[in-house]
Design a protein around this ligand. Structure first.
Ligand code: 5GP
Ligand code: ZN
Length: 141
């Protein structure tokens, strides 16, 4: 596989060597649920080929990734009933990047009793990830 980094966890996810809750994929891009759900439906959009981050990725692939991130954001509003969405991408360790394979976070935002803050209560690791993935997959069709 072209641009495959054998030490990269997202290359392994893109190649289906490591399981993830995939909500969309084609030849170039893939979206799957973040293993650590900051909020309900927190999704990562990746390129299938390995590029380190947004700053080093070819524009054509970057455009496909942001198109998909936009669709997932729309679905989060319409189908997960989020009130807002953060679209963000970290470039290099100094900016908080921990996985050096370009990914865009799509983070749906909801109101709770503390307001719009992301709280530990929202970060509930008992979430049913396959069920969330199924909802998003169907919404993206
Ligand atoms: P970064 O800090 O690099 O912007 O974000 C990396 C994200 O990847 C984190 O939110 C982390 O939870 C997520 N992540 C790391 N390893 C895995 C994994 O094996 N599976 C999934 N689904 N997400 C992962
Ligand atoms: Zn990679």
């Amino acid at each position: 596989m072209e641009n495959y980094d054998k030490n990269c966890i997202f290359c392994k996810i893109a190649n289906h060597e490591i399981k993830s809750n995939v909500i969309y994929e084609d030849d170039d891009v893939m979206a799957f649920l973040d293993i650590s759900q900051v909020t309900y439906g927190h999704t990562l959009v990746i390129c299938k080929k390995h590029y380190d981050n947004f700053l080093t990725c070819p524009k054509e692939i970057m455009n496909k990734m942001f198109n998909l991130a936009q669709r997932i954001g729309q679905v989060a509003i319409h189908d997960l009933h989020a009130l807002g969405v953060n679209i963000l991408t970290n470039c290099y360790e100094a900016a908080g990047q921990t996985v050096n394979h370009f990914h865009i976070h799509v983070i749906p935002r909801y109101k709770n009793k503390e307001g719009f803050e992301i709280t530990m209560k929202e970060n509930d690791q008992n979430l049913n990830l396959p069920a969330i993935a199924e909802t998003l997959t169907n919404s993206l069709k």
